[in-house]
Design a protein around this ligand. Sequence first.
Ligand code: 13P
Ligand code: SF4
Length: 316
Amino acid sequence: MKAKRVPYIVEPEMLRQLAKEKGYLIMAHNYQIPELQRIADFVGDSLQLARQAAETDAEKILFLGVDFMAEMVKALNPEKKVVVPVLCATCPMANSLTEDEIAKAKEKYDAPFVVYVNSTAKTKFLADYLCTSANAVDVVRNVPSDTILFGPDKNLASYVAEKTGKCVIPIPGEFGYCHVHNFVTAEQVLRKLEKYHDAEVMVHPEVPEQVRRLAHFVGSTAQMEKYPMASSSKIFIVVTEVGMVEKLRRLYPDRTFVTIDSMVCYNMKKNNLRNTYRAVLNDAPEVKLDERLAEKIRKLVEDMLKLTVSTQESKK
Ligand code: 13P
Ligand code: SF4
């Protein structure tokens, strides 16, 4: 079938209206460009997106993020149409862990494998537990073993080890990292602190340990969203992907949020107004997932949500 024509200039309102007419629920990650965040019905971190996907009764979902997140939404909604602007918006860190490396680690250590949600469906298929950056500490704490295989993010593994006191073995190890977060330096943050003396530093746990040491707060993007409410600071240095400040500035118009400008995830930025409009117009490209992998992802998400709820309840 011939693809329908897309106007050269797509205004956010045109896109939103078309998506509504065609019955799409629009879900977006916190790193999407501001124009896409503003037209979305729901904007969140990976954990919130998984929860939302597990609960929605919408028949069609327009997902704005990267492939592993869209796959999770599809796994949780196998009967529904899940459409994305482009199929090439991926996560290089997710793709860095191979089945071979997991098999080798499992052979060497007799330990459960906790997979970070930023991973491929094939990697998840080999995992025992699933976590996101928001609940990695809780999940690992609740896994009945003192030694844990954890991948693919070595920096999140280091944070989890510090918080739980467990022996957390990163796989693939040295080369498992997010290039957006891993290469931020302590010097970049210290320079910002020199300029904004009274600022508080919020970091994502995907940053390296030396940057984490400078943080007043470590958390997922959704957890960063709540932190200013509990703080009296007027200025925050936000050490994660630059898209995150869109929501923060909207939620706290009287505070200042400073970005680290080198922290751009070009994959998240592959989605724009025009290719999103095209996707809605053509109901394509659609996310497809092997049912065997989808079934495993559903089980992992279900267990993860149970584990996270029970941890939150026991903290009350
Ligand atoms: P969050 O789950 O904290 O939104 O993080 C996702 C991500 O891709 C971080 O780089
Ligand atoms: Fe992957 Fe990093 Fe982009 Fe997050 S910011 S999607 S971990 S490449």
